[in-house]
Design a binder for this molecule. Structure first.
Ligand SMILES: Cc1cc2nc3c(=O)[nH]c(=O)nc-3n(C[C@H](O)[C@H](O)[C@H](O)COP(=O)(O)OP(=O)(O)OC[C@H]3O[C@@H](n4cnc5c(N)ncnc54)[C@H](O)[C@@H]3O)c2cc1C
Length: 488
């Protein structure tokens, strides 16, 4: 197990490379401290645009730039790949793993920004048939499943089969992600793919948005929720509210209405955009500090975002239970910056800041091209104006000039034109996740351990001799002009 030593300077460890972690790390650029970012992926993911990767508008690189590249010019920051499995609050160490290699990193200050994962409300088995929307892997798998369903429908229809289930797409969860996903699949079927197939009519694709709640987009309030529903229905999306998903299989799902009625929806493609569960790191923090964890796994923190009893540990973003703060990017960004400012103040002997105060900049969600809804303070916007606002905000917050530039190009292709530049999907993307979950030890199970003996020296010598003979034969054939000549 590698133990990373201390340089004598104040050591800040940041867990995660999402919004809270990245903005916190950047805010520490002038601090008299070494900052170590430990994250399980090598990229910073802009989750709000995952649905555009899943529906072929953007490439994964555009929404997930390399964290190492983003921080390349920040001299006091370094990046380590690894899944944090343990935080020892007494010893002040963080243990991370990657492919069986363990690393222990000591800290003086800790910023935990590990975010949240998908929650299937106790039915994790649904994940096999209804992937969530939390990672690049999820988005690419969904892209493969969505475009693949149209391909399979084309094959079936050519043989005269009923392909209604292949052309039915169900999105579970009518929050911003579900609305955006349903709107984009509808647009894909009605606009982008219209002329691409011969045996199927993509206009007949059925897109269903299901939610147990009584309205779409609850955080946007009743008026915008109702307007969004009308817009979705105009696009051809069927909106089923008060409908709880009680079972999911490869062929479809069962929804149960409030009156007890159940309905089977035959659908090959299901997308799970309902429910989040905070990173399981909150449990280890809770066990050691006694801070309570709520039903969504979020941990109660002090008003200054520190862990009760551990002023050197800050927790930010989706992981925290404080003042009913929502699980949105701005809470994480502002929390990360606040924690960084507090660390810097302590280092320079300045008094602490006032308690963390979240500045609510509002909410935005797109419904389709040129249509969005926005809630900014008391202002409610819909349609094209809201969409322009959406465009501006996303351009500002996408990380990296290069990504903004290429994303703008891809948006022009999809929104002004009919195309989707990123329709590529591979078999590995569609089935890789499932294959890994069935493999003992996951990806680590595929990697040879250090104790595996090297190649047998005798076998290696024989192989070398064969390769040399092969090369000599190649040279002779070329030099003698025998290549291409009849051999008999
Ligand atoms: C599909 C989707 C759409 C969204 N749309 C919007 C939107 O339109 N507007 C909005 O404001 N918010 C939106 N959100 C919510 C927003 O993305 C989150 O609130 C925000 O990302 C939270 O930031 P965070 O720093 O807490 O966590 P994240 O940004 O999720 O970052 C967590 C980081 O921790 C890493 N990590 C996790 N566990 C470990 C571990 N054990 N070890 C090491 N690293 C770990 C992850 O790899 C990641 O880098 C959306 C979320 C999703 C999933």
């Amino acid at each position: 197990m590698a133990q990373l030593g201390k340089s004598g300077r104040h050591q800040v460890v940041v867990i995660g490379s999402g919004f809270g972690a990245l903005f916190g790390t950047k805010a520490l650029r002038r601090a008299d401290a070494d900052v170590t970012v430990i994250a399980r992926t090598g990229h910073h993911l802009f989750q709000p645009l995952l649905y555009q990767v899943a529906t072929g508008i953007l490439s994964e690189g555009e929404i997930a730039p390399s964290t190492r590249e983003v921080l390349a010019h920040q001299d006091n920051a370094r990046v380590l790949l690894g899944e944090v499995t343990e935080i020892d609050l007494a010893a002040r160490t963080v243990t991370s793993h990657v492919l069986g290699r363990a690393t222990v990193t000591p800290y003086d200050s800790l910023l935990v920004a590990a975010g949240s994962g998908q929650s299937y409300f106790g039915h994790d088995e649904f994940a096999e048939f209804a992937p969530g929307m939390k990672s690049i892997d999820d988005a690419l798998e969904l892209r493969g499943r969505i475009f693949g369903a149209f391909e399979l429908a084309e094959l079936g229809a050519a043989e005269g089969e009923d392909v209604a289930d292949l052309l039915t797409f169900v999105v579970v969860g009518a929050g911003p992600t579900g609305v955006e996903m349903a709107g984009q699949i509808a647009e894909l079927a009605r606009r982008t793919l219209r002329r691409d197939f011969r045996a199927i009519n993509t206009l007949q694709a059925r897109v269903v948005l299901v939610d147990a709640a009584g309205q779409v987009l609850p955080p946007f309030g009743e008026t915008l929720g109702a307007k969004t529903r009308v817009q979705l229905e105009k696009l051809g999306v069927e909106v089923l509210l008060g409908a709880m998903v009680t079972d999911v299989t490869g062929r479809g799902l069962v929804v149960q209405y409030k009156d007890g009625r159940t309905e089977w929806i035959a659908a090959a493609t299901k997308v799970w955009a309902a429910g989040v569960q905070a990173s399981s790191l909150t449990r280890t923090l809770s066990q050691q500090s006694g801070a309570p964890v709520d039903r969504s796994g979020r941990i109660r923190v002090n008003p200054d975002l520190t862990l009760p009893g551990y002023p050197e540990v800050f927790v930010v973003g989706d992981m925290i239970d404080l003042d009913h703060l929502p699980g949105v990017a701005q809470v994480a960004i502002q929390g990360g910056k606040y924690a960084a400012a507090e660390i810097e103040r302590r280092l320079s002997g300045r008094p602490p800041q006032k308690p963390f105060h979240y500045f609510d900049k509002g909410d935005l969600a797109t419904i389709s091209r040129f249509r969005a809804v926005a809630r900014i303070g008391k202002l409610r916007l819909t349609g094209f104006v809201a969409w322009l606002l959406w465009l501006g905000v996303h351009l500002v917050y996408l990380t990296g000039f290069k990504n903004r530039f290429t994303a703008l190009g891809h948006w022009a292709v999809s929104f002004i034109g009919r195309g989707r530049s990123e329709r590529t999907a591979t078999e590995q993307q569609i089935f890789g996740r499932l294959a890994l979950t069935r493999l003992e030890g996951g990806a680590a199970g595929l990697v040879s351990g250090n104790d595996v003996p090297g190649p047998d020296p005798e076998v290696a010598a024989r192989r070398r001799q064969e390769l040399e003979e092969q090369a000599l034969a190649e040279i002779r054939l070329t030099d003698s002009g025998e290549r291409g000549q009849p051999t008999r």
